[in-house]
Write a protein that binds this ligand. Sequence first.
Ligand code: COI
Length: 369
Amino acid sequence: MAAANGTHAREERQKPDIDWKNLGFSYIPTYSHVEYKWRKGQGWDDGRLVKEPYMNIHIAATGLHYGQSSFEGLKAYRMKDGKVRLFRPDKNAERMQISADAVCMVAPPPSIFLEACRRVISDNIDFVPPYGTGGSLYVRPLLFGSGPQIGLHEADEYTFLVLVIPVGEYYKGGVSGSVKALIRNKLDRAAPHGTGHAKLGGNYPAALGPVNEAVKIGYNLLLFLDPATHTHVDEFSSSNFIALTSLDAEGRRTYVTPQSESILNSVTNRTLREIAEKRLGWKVEVRKVPFEEVKKGTYSEVGACGTAAVISPVGTIGYEHEDGRIEEIKIGDGSVEGWKALFKEFSALQVGEVEDWEKWGYHWPAEGI
Ligand code: COI
């Protein structure tokens, strides 16, 4: 039974029995999620922890009918000092505002976004993987129009919720694995000048069927080219596109990632760029990436990067021609040394294994949860 303040008496709870070393990336029931509501004329309420993973939704909610719906993905880590902290949650709060603006929703202010994350993590602290297991607590904020409309109008009520699940690798093998990506001939993820830059639920489901078809023929994910010309790389169905050149005479690589108005501004990608530059001394280029460069072997390594995917090396890209023929492009010689070097720095920073982790200002809250 829930206590009056929306928390649950600890003694009712059975501690989860989780194999921390073998976590994948799928839904696992936890103790609770947190729910806030915004109503026109009233603003945001104080939120509450909810035990059941279900809710009553109005049958005419705009989130269901007109796709007024946005989500985020971030991670909390049990760090070397034993405390639990979120990694760059302010960036996700900012991006939720951008997504909300794209589809005329009211986003929670950063203070509510952060407090909601803290509350749900604190209530589900038993689900945070222990330090050293490689796992993390995936935090999934969701914002949607819950007020009813049948004419095409924005809602006058929004629900913001945050749920959490313990996770391990998204693609098997993580940074030591290798995935295959497929470019379909007649499939775009986003429209030119559309909503590809926003993290909207509606940007994802068109890839579900094609990903299933791709899996049947041995691929793991899709790669999309820019929707206007189909000549430049945009991003993967699940994550951003990143690439590395081989080591130059000075022992440096160049980290290249697309600049495009129709891709997500990945927090992981931004962090990796900073690490590549500041800790590894590599060059970083954010620019249009002609697919021709990938074809002609400019890059020794290609990867998919995101909160869930972290860095997942891509060993092969299949390019579907007009006649349905798939041309396979192998990336480099299969080595993923560059990604491994970057991942080592990235994961050490996330769990506070590097001495100056506090100076980066990436962890919140400072005192831990
Ligand atoms: C994430 O990386 O957090 C995402 O939201 C991607 C999703 C397809 C799992």
